[in-house]
Ligand binder design. Sequence first.
Ligand SMILES: Nc1nc2c(ncn2[C@@H]2O[C@H](COP(=O)(O)OP(=O)(O)O)[C@@H](O)[C@H]2O)c(=O)[nH]1
Ligand SMILES: [Mg+2]
Length: 294
Amino acid sequence: MPINAGYKYVAAEQEYHQAETDSQRMKALRNMLSTAPTHKGAERLRADIKRRIAQLKEEIVKTKKQGKGRSFSIKREGAVQIVFIGLPNSGKSTLLSKLSGKEIKIADYEFTTTKPEVASIKFENVWMQGVELPAVYGGYSDHKQGRQFLSMIRSADFIVVVVKEFKDIAKIQAELKKANILLRKIKRLRGFEQEMPHMIVTWKDFDKKNLVKNLWKAQKLIRVQTRVGHKIAPKPIVLPNGSTVEDVAQTIHKDMIKKFRFAKIRGPSAAFRDQQVGLEHVLKDTDVLEVFMQ
Ligand SMILES: Nc1nc2c(ncn2[C@@H]2O[C@H](COP(=O)(O)OP(=O)(O)O)[C@@H](O)[C@H]2O)c(=O)[nH]1
Ligand SMILES: [Mg+2]
């Protein structure tokens, strides 16, 4: 956050991050420029915004020259959306087929996948949406649809980077960096940069037994099932790690907290079967709880 930025600037920056089209992005950048602080300390920020406006103008011209191109939209489904990226022939289709059991065209020539391939990856009682994106290569951001794929990477929950060998990762990172996407531990925005949680999978890992389980664990989510008597809801509630009984209650019904007496827990977070706990109790993956109300 820049030094002493006013609320109008903050709003403009937010608008920029939420922009989905180039014209929305441009409008937001112009708003940022007009509301950015004018003092000396903010000089770099202003220069950065101007550079971005110039860059975006160039890109818009380029896109126009290339024609519209196809537009891909993928309906978000499942507990998380995971994009699979990598160089050409890096094994993206092979890995996604393995994880999902779905047949995806695999070929030993480059750029087999020219549009995103979607396959669901099932893990026990949840599933994750896997999306293979066409290969990342030098100039991804110049590619006709490359910029669309970059925005799909940004909006995903998680990235799987597929590489033959670990050393190939540098090329991917360099290409992502150009688009201000950084491979990091958690998803968050830092100024213009989008930090993305990720996992690197090399060919050596392909046959590891717990790949799907590890992919689920890397999402840092928990599944909790509610129970009424003997009936356990088959569909789990998915929440971030560290969620409490209160978080579960809130997703069920907002009045539940007011009338809450206690919950009975079974599963990894229970000290013993049917332990009675309060709203502040921290849950773990695969817990089952029954809520008792007044
Ligand atoms: N030996 C070996 N070949 C692989 C492996 N993974 C992928 N390949 C080969 O690499 C080529 C490209 O694979 P593909 O999954 O289509 O790569 P993509 O372009 O990244 O989707 C195919 O000929 C695969 O048979 C692997 O783990 N071991
Ligand atoms: Mg492929």
